[in-house]
Design a binder for this molecule. Structure first.
Ligand code: BEZ
Length: 210
């Protein structure tokens, strides 16, 4: 069965472009973004890894450690990184796993045989500091991911982990949030000093509390 939200993220030790790394040691107390791509020297993947690299200050601001993966060998990853740096105007520093024996891919269900029996699909796992899986996304090979959406989701996960709110459709950092149904309006009055608007008893909006 595939990994589900709330499951412990499987630990592993793997060969990467930054040497052999243990995943849990690499994450430490940080959040984690583990994502796979189909293959090196492919156009969409080149843009995705370049975009991730250019967003590293944003991931660091949110205390998110990043690790990528494909089933290509480490020397090939290193050659490809030169192209990513050149074409995407960046300097890739996060590790890319060389999962030649497919151990990590199988652990995380990143190979979907009915889509492609050898290459990894575009999987995304966001992992909390408790090492639990907080979010999964799966995209097909021909569709590059939206990394603004990945940052938006991290903002929501980090907000809702610590505040009694959820984030509505199309929420962006700084936008109004909804108060959890488990919070009574009496509790809300003290919990949310910025106030709240009751549209319906179950739909109460408050300015972002943090
Ligand atoms: C790409 O990254 O461009 C790609 C990889 C595999 C299949 C299709 C596109």
């Amino acid at each position: 069965m595939s990994l589900q939200l709330g499951d412990a993220a499987p630990d592993f030790t793997a060969s990467t472009t930054k040497g052999e790394l243990n995943f849990y040691d690499y994450l430490g107390d940080s959040w984690g973004l583990l994502f796979s791509h189909p293959a090196d020297f492919t156009p969409v993947c080149t843009t995705e890894l370049g975009r991730t690299s250019n967003l590293m200050p944003e991931f660091e601001k949110r205390h998110v450690k990043v690790m990528a993966l494909s089933v290509d060998p480490v020397e090939q990853h290193k050659e490809w990184i030169k192209d990513i740096n050149e074409t995407q105007n960046t300097d890739v520093q996060f590790p890319i796993i060389a999962d030649e024996n497919r151990e990590v891919s199988m652990l995380y269900g990143m190979i979907h045989p009915n889509a492609d029996d050898s290459m990894t699909v575009r999987s995304v796992f966001i992992i909390g500091p408790d090492k639990k899986i907080k979010l999964t996304l799966t995209y097909p090979a021909a569709t590059g991911r939206n990394f603004d959406e990945i940052l938006r989701v991290i903002d929501s996960l980090q907000l809702t982990a610590y505040q009694s709110v959820a984030t509505p459709a199309d929420w962006k950092n700084g936008g109004d949030c909804v108060i959890l149904p488990s919070i009574t309006s009496e509790e809300a009055a003290t919990k949310f000093p910025k106030g709240f608007k009751e549209v319906k008893p179950y739909l109460r909006l408050t300015p972002q509390p943090n």
